[in-house]
Design a protein around this ligand. Structure first.
Ligand code: ATP
Ligand code: ZN
Length: 297
């Protein structure tokens, strides 16, 4: 079946660390997803012109670069690794999604003792990310041999394949379990939404824009809070300075309370108890912090 050109195509990981949250993001953006069950290679949104391609994460950059899918959700690690091996960048990162956070790190056997970058000189480093690793080494003028492995990289030192590894780490538990310790940071990553640079027609561009507005709304909403408080008018400048990430608060008079106003603001950063205490110290009262369900910027 050839792809329906009236619909958008989005590539996401079929099953793995990014699958669940990728789908959740689309659901939070109001899409009703339907697919053919566990082994399905595609799916669709019932209430939006969007088809899903369920693939291995490593294939997502190619799908998007070639324009087979206008959009994709993938880790920056996979995306950058792919881009470094290509003559030109044929995709654009359009949103950071705040999940799938991890970092690519060089690790050594626990017995290494005090580490210095110069210790990598002339060594073998096993990794599934040869391009990112080679760039890290080249930028620091280190001559080391990069050994590419598709998986089980953390076993390389024990097997005598390499003295060091360069692998993805989130909690560090896998390194620990294999007697390895992280010694240098190579690349920080999170899941991102990417768009093809292949020309797309106007109708598609409008659909991309509509979906992007919803996704950006979901991301912004996750952190944002709506704050309402009463304050003496004289304290306004101090109070507005304390409100985290609030651009233009609404200020309205309070009937019957001369010199007092009500302030309403959308705070786009986390609001902590300390923030409320500081507001109170400046004279604010009746402070309410409310979650925001939907937001379109
Ligand atoms: P696929 O079958 O799709 O090729 P995979 O085994 O290559 O799957 P996963 O292990 O599911 O990939 O990881 C997908 C992505 O999740 C990684 O590329 C990375 O961006 C992110 N990630 C977050 N934390 C970690 C981690 N601790 N280890 C590996 N990847 C992580
Ligand atoms: Zn993969």
């Amino acid at each position: 079946m050839s792809p329906d050109r009236n619909r958008l195509h989005l590539a996401l990981q079929k099953s793995g660390r990014l699958s669940e949250q990728s789908r959740q993001l689309l659901k939070d953006a109001g899409l009703k997803l339907v697919d053919g069950g566990k082994n399905a290679l595609s799916g669709r949104a019932e209430n939006f012109p969007l088809d899903l391609m369920l693939v291995r994460d490593d294939d997502i950059p190619t799908f998007v670069a070639d324009g087979v899918c206008e959009l994709g959700i993938v880790g920056q690690n996979v995306l950058e690794e792919y881009a470094l091996g290509q003559p030109e960048r044929r995709f654009e990162q359009v949103a950071r999604l705040g999940f799938g956070r991890c970092s690519l790190k060089i690790a050594a056997p626990d017995s290494i003792g005090r580490f210095d970058l110069a210790m990598l000189e002339g060594q073998r480093i096993a990794t599934s990310y040869p391009q990112l690793t080679a760039r890290f080494l080249a930028e620091r003028g280190i001559a080391a041999e990069v050994v590419t492995m598709r998986g089980a990289v953390e076993l390389a030192p024990r097997l005598g394949i390499a003295g060091f590894v360069c692998d993805l780490v989130s909690t560090g538990a896998t390194l620990d379990a294999n007697g390895l310790t992280a010694v240098a940071d190579v690349f920080e990553s999170e899941a991102v939404l990417v768009q093809t640079r292949r020309p797309i027609d106007r109708a598609h561009a409008e659909k991309v824009e509509a979906l992007l507005a919803r996704i950006n709304g979901v991301i912004a909403t996750a952190e944002s809070k709506y704050i309402v408080l009463n304050a003496p008018e004289a304290a306004l400048p101090a109070i507005i300075r304390i409100l985290p990430g609030a651009e233009a608060p609404t200020v309205v008079p309070l009937i019957g309370r001369q010199g007092h106003v009500a302030v309403q603001a959308v705070c786009q950063e986390s609001v902590f108890w300390e923030t409320l205490e500081r507001l109170k110290a400046e004279g604010a009262s009746a402070i309410l912090v409310m979650p925001i369900e939907k937001m379109m910027l």
